[in-house]
Design a protein around this ligand. Structure first.
Ligand SMILES: N[C@@H](Cc1ccccc1)C(=O)O
Length: 415
């Protein structure tokens, strides 16, 4: 690569923020509620483990695309490297994750906007918010992809500022004894059975894998820079999630989470509890607006991905009527689901995690095995050899098993 091309590449911080922006979304709002069972120390350990595996599965995708050039995408490499049946499963899992996330975002947006309105003394019908939210953001994507991307950057910017404002206050009042002493008799060990339920939710929260291909293009096929951006993105999310559970568990005692869980575990119940406990109304208000901007930002990011996928794969024309067909297919199913089941936020995040185990963890690791057979002397190879690849696959299988057990009520859940 010549110097002038290298100079045009954006700094690794840009890539890190793009990935961090994709990662930090609605998934994080499920974390404190779902982690209340295992409480603080156990949850931090799980966050570290999940972050480690999600980072590596992401760079396995990079290893695979690096053999086919920057024009390729996930669909292409899965077609090349997986048997046909597995390729279908991987792509179905990917589309499922995008749809279920859009559902989760609409549900979360409804709950948080309703809560915001209630705080300012208005009562708005939840289903009306679902429709307006989807209509307005959906229309902006239909109108122009570039415009919607700019809107995403704007919300990302607002999200970061509000995060700093809300959290700097939240930490000042953290009660460390709430965090570090075990909330039950028998110490931390008696909380261990509650760690398994966290895994699918943490997997969703560390999902960013759809953005690896575009980053590879952005950095003109410079793998090292993409890896460094992935490290920055993962560390950013890890630190933020750590601060998030520190701020919430350090202010709300464990039994308070039961009230939130019993109200469905959506954002409104959560913010309501923080409002009741926090002395500072300012902090709670920043938190409220932070949540709104985070949900808007994630919705746009995921919806643009699904919209473009539908437009390209069904060969719709990139004109107003073609884009309208794509928009209807993209937004109508999750909106209808939301109207029927308005409170499925937590379940949706868990299922997104389970499907992400397939397309973002197991399949990339299997593809990396295959690509090493096919290109034995390639210049870029993820460290850790086959051992790490098998460990990543095993982790993906554990994630799926956890969610299946939870579905059949076979996992201990704090409720
Ligand atoms: N990490 C995102 C969701 C996501 C999952 C998988 C891939 C991409 C995005 C969130 O927390 O909202």
């Amino acid at each position: 690569m010549n110097n002038s091309a290298a100079k045009k590449e954006p700094s690794i911080m840009v890539g890190g923020f793009v990935l961090g922006g994709a990662m930090i979304g609605a998934g994080m709002f499920s974390l404190p509620t779902i982690m209340a069972g295992a409480w603080f120390i156990n949850s931090v350990v799980i966050l570290l483990i999940v972050c480690f595996f999600m980072f590596h599965s992401g760079i396995y995708i990079l290893e695979c695309i690096s053999k086919y050039g920057s024009g390729t995408n996930y669909f292409f490499i899965s077609k090349e490297l997986l048997p046909k049946w597995a390729c279908y499963i991987a792509n179905i899992a990917l589309i499922f994750v995008l749809y279920i996330l859009i559902y989760a975002y609409i549900s979360a947006a409804g709950s948080v906007i309703k809560e915001a309105a209630a705080i300012y003394g208005y009562s708005i019908n939840l289903r009306l918010i679902f429709i307006l939210f989807t209509l307005i953001l959906g229309a902006s994507i239909w109108w122009s992809g570039i415009g919607a991307s700019r809107l995403t950057s704007l919300f990302l910017f607002i999200k970061i500022i509000l995060f700093v404002l809300a959290f700097s206050g939240l930490f000042l009042i953290v009660k460390t004894d709430l965090l570090l002493t075990s909330p039950v008799e028998g110490g931390q060990a008696s909380l261990l059975p509650f760690v398994f339920i966290i895994i699918p939710y943490a997997i969703t929260s560390f999902g960013y894998h759809g953005n690896v291909c575009s980053l590879y293009k952005l950095y003109h096929e410079n793998e090292r820079k993409v890896v460094k951006s992935c490290i920055i993105g993962c560390v950013l999310a890890l630190v933020l999630y750590f601060l998030w559970i520190l701020g919430t568990m350090g202010n709300l005692p464990r039994p308070e989470f039961l009230t939130i869980i019993n109200k469905g575990g959506n954002l409104d119940a959560f913010i309501e509890s923080l409002y009741a406990v926090l002395n500072s109304k300012n902090i709670a208000t920043f938190l409220l607006w932070f949540s709104i901007s985070a949900v808007f930002c994630s919705f746009l990011g995921v919806a643009i991905g699904l919209f473009d996928y539908i437009l390209a794969s069904l060969n719709f024309k990139d004109n107003p009527s073609g884009r309208m067909k794509s928009a209807l297919l993209c937004f109508l199913p999750p909106l209808i689901l939301c109207m029927l089941f308005p409170n499925g936020f937590l379940i949706a995040i868990a299922y997104a995690g389970m499907a992400a185990c397939i397309w973002a963890i197991i399949c990339p690791a299997v593809m990396a095995l295959k690509v090493r057979e096919r290109f034995p002397d390639s210049r870029f190879k993820v460290w850790g050899g086959k051992g790490l690849i098998y460990a990543v696959i095993a982790f993906g299988v554990v994630g799926i098993i956890c969610q299946l057990l939870a579905q059949f009520n076979l996992l201990p859940i704090y409720r």
